[in-house]
Every structure is written in C-alpha cells, then in structure tokens.
Design a binder for this molecule. Structure first.
Ligand SMILES: [Zn+2]
Length: 230
C-alpha cells in the first residue's frame, strides 16, 4: 500500500481543488489503508440541484462508513456527485501533474463520531472527508448506466427520484492508494472542512458527452452537460 501526503505549508489558505504534483508528494509511513464499509441499502434518492445532481444516502446511522486512511474518526456516507466538462479535455477538479481528466467523482462523508449532523460537521476542519476518483474514458460500466437512466426522472431543478440498492463500490478502482491533503469544499460556501482523499488509480467508464441543456435544468445553468455512458 502506497500512500502519501501533500504538504500545504507553503499555502496561505486551504482551498480546493489543487494541482497535485506527484513528485512533490511526501510518503507518510503513518497513513493507513482506507477502510470502506458500504451497505447498498443506504442509497435513497437522486436529486437535481440545478448545476449538478447528487445521489443521496440515508445517513441516520453508521451503515456506510469510511475510516482509517488519514482519518482519526469514523465518517458516514452522505452523497456522491460528479464534475465534468464540455469535452474529454476538461472536467476533473483535481489536476494531476498538470493533466486534467474528463470527469471526477466525489464521494462525500461526514464525521459522525464527533458531530451530530452533516451541517454541524461542515463547520469544523475535521468535519468532512471526500474521496475523489478521476474518471478516464474506458470500459462500459453498468453501474454508471443506472445513474444515467435515472437522470430522465429528475430533469428539472429540485426534482428527486428514489434510487435504491445502488452498488457504489463498483465505481471505485480496485487499488485504493491515495493522495491526501486538508482542503475545502470546491463549491460555495468553500468551508475549509475537508480531508481530501484523491485516489491514485482511475476508474474508466465508457462515456461520451451530449449537451442536455434543452431538457435538463435549463433554468439553473444553460451550459450544463451531462455525461452519457455508452
Ligand atoms: Zn464535488
């Protein structure tokens, strides 16, 4: 297991995302492998937020949790979402050695050992942990196809649809080596409350892009593009 930390000593703030220069990352022998416990019965619904969509989970108990790795507490699964661009040449939030990837999956957890709720946790530096998975174009992936089929059920901002028994584990690469640093939310309110865990291996879903602005959340963002998985 190879894990490393990124020093942010020379940064004045802890804003994310960052450009990860792999040669600058320091190997930390005290970091542990990630421990991901996932129960598919916790997936609840898919929600159109206007600028993107979230898949949300039942986070009333510690059924789907993340621990170990760089974390000192147990973190409970809240939601996941994607970032993508207008072509294969941009989309990911994290940049690795200057390279941008077509899309990035963010799996969001909150510290349920220390805090009462996601909202409370987000106010503290150790409140959230997010796993970032860079996506490359590659193999067909039926678990991504399931998401795309449900996007038609939530075409406009604020709409939601049930989304149950989802096999999130199949979106992750087999190898969970990671880079980690302390950073922030990458959307408003940009709180510096996130332990980022960016996986070093890629997932390779097979997808192309199609502009869905006509049917998908036009009122929120005219240029939204939705990945279409082939
Ligand atoms: Zn995100």
């Amino acid at each position: 297991q190879f894990v490393c930390s990124l020093s942010s000593d020379d940064c004045h703030t802890h804003q994310s995302p960052i450009n990860i220069w792999t040669k600058m990352a320091l190997y930390d022998p005290f970091l542990k492998p990630l421990k991901i416990q996932y129960d598919p019965t916790t997936s609840r619904k898919i929600v159109n937020l206007g600028h993107c969509f979230n898949v949300e989970f039942d986070d009333t108990s510690d059924m789907s949790v993340l621990s170990d790795g760089p974390l000192n507490s147990r973190y409970r699964l809240r939601q996941f979402h994607f970032h993508w661009g207008s072509s294969d040449k941009d989309g990911s939030e994290h940049v690795i050695d200057g390279n941008v990837y077509p899309a990035e999956l963010h799996i969001v957890y909150w510290n349920s050992q220390k805090y009462e709720s996601f909202e409370e946790a987000a106010k503290h530096p150790d409140g959230l942990a997010v796993i970032g998975v860079l996506l490359k174009i590659g193999e067909a992936n039926p678990v991504l196809q399931t998401i795309i089929e449900h996007l038609d059920d939530v075409k406009t901002k604020g709409k939601e649809h049930s989304f149950t028994k989802y096999n999130l584990a199949r979106l992750l690469p087999n190898d969970l080596d990671y880079w980690t640093y302390h950073g922030s939310l990458t959307t408003e309110p940009y709180f510096e409350c996130v332990t980022w865990i960016v996986l070093q291996r890629f997932s390779r879903p097979k997808f192309a892009y199609m502009n869905r602005s006509a049917s998908y959340s036009r009122e929120a963002c005219a240029s939204i593009l939705v990945p279409v998985f082939l």
